[in-house]
Design a protein around this ligand. Structure first.
Ligand code: DGL
Length: 275
């Protein structure tokens, strides 16, 4: 790659709301020299309890809006949207699309010896069995558990709160009763759960390694970027730029963003992508 070919990548991260900011952070940490567009479908969240048809319709409309902004790559940061709508999005747009499920499963494969895993996720992700299928292709036995109370607790800012820890502990106990006996990987299969890593570490047995699909996805983005953009994005002193788009209250997004990011978000655009 010659210097004149170097170009900053425009990377879009889609999520149902705020949680995908954990994915944005993971990517931007590895690739500071890129321009980021974040789309939070806050008017239509939560996705975790919706049907496949509704989720696909919502994600496709957002993906088309992002494509029209001129992007090089689209990351579906939302686990539920990745599980249920990745194929619909790939059909609908002409840019490479990366979801979080495959990278998450690959990361589990690298960490696990027993090939027995637990997945914590939303109801919709669990019912889709997308993680189970991705892991089965890698020779895994998987136990999936819906943990619907954790998203609202994180959004309340209770990431280091005894109530959240107690809820996570109960989910863990219920899971260990039914999961394969020597499972050694726990996939944090929802955008909000990486914020609960310390807490999961305390409630999970020592033998269980935590798998963060957000980090794994960031590595997938690095390998997918063309060389001229990758070189630019990897420059250690480079500074990212951000554009934040939401479908509901920009004020609420700005207020809650610091829960997920280590900086303030002062400018947020309100976009309308239909119903
Ligand atoms: N972003 C969703 C996920 O990762 C969680 C929030 C929601 O249910 O919309 O599954």
């Amino acid at each position: 790659v010659s210097l004149v070919d170097l170009r900053r990548a425009r990377i879009a991260v889609f999520d149902s709301g705020m949680g995908g900011l954990t994915v944005l952070r993971a990517i931007e940490r590895l690739l500071p020299g890129a321009d980021y567009l974040y789309f939070g479908d806050t008017a239509r969240l939560p996705y975790g309890a919706k049907s496949q048809k509704t989720i696909a319709r919502c994600v496709v409309s957002a993906a088309k809006h992002l494509e029209a902004q001129g992007i090089d790559l689209l990351v579906i940061g939302c686990n539920t949207a990745s599980a249920l709508a990745l194929y619909d999005v790939r059909e609908a747009v002409n840019v490479p699309v990366i979801g979080v499920i495959e990278p998450g499963a690959t990361a589990a494969e690298e960490l696990s010896h027993s090939r027995e895993a637990i997945v914590f996720a939303t109801e919709a992700t669990v019912n889709s069995h997308a993680y189970q299928r991705a892991l089965a292709r890698r020779g895994f036995n998987t136990f999936e558990k819906a943990c619907p109370l954790l998203v609202p607790l994180v959004e309340e800012g209770w990431v280091n709160h005894p109530v959240t820890e107690q809820v996570a502990r109960i989910y863990m106990i219920e899971t260990l009763r039914l999961a394969p006996a020597n499972c050694d990987a726990l996939i944090l299969g929802c955008t909000h759960y990486p914020l609960l890593k310390d807490l999961f570490r305390r409630v999970a047995p020592q033998r269980i390694q935590l798998v963060d699909p957000a980090e794994a996805t960031a590595h997938a983005v690095v390998s997918q970027l063309p060389d001229n953009m990758k070189l630019c994005a990897l420059m250690p002193n480079a500074v990212p730029t951000y554009r934040f788009m939401v479908t509901d209250s920009t004020e609420k997004f700005s207020r809650m963003a610091p829960l997920f990011l280590n900086f303030e978000v002062d400018h947020v655009e309100l976009v309308d992508v239909g119903q």
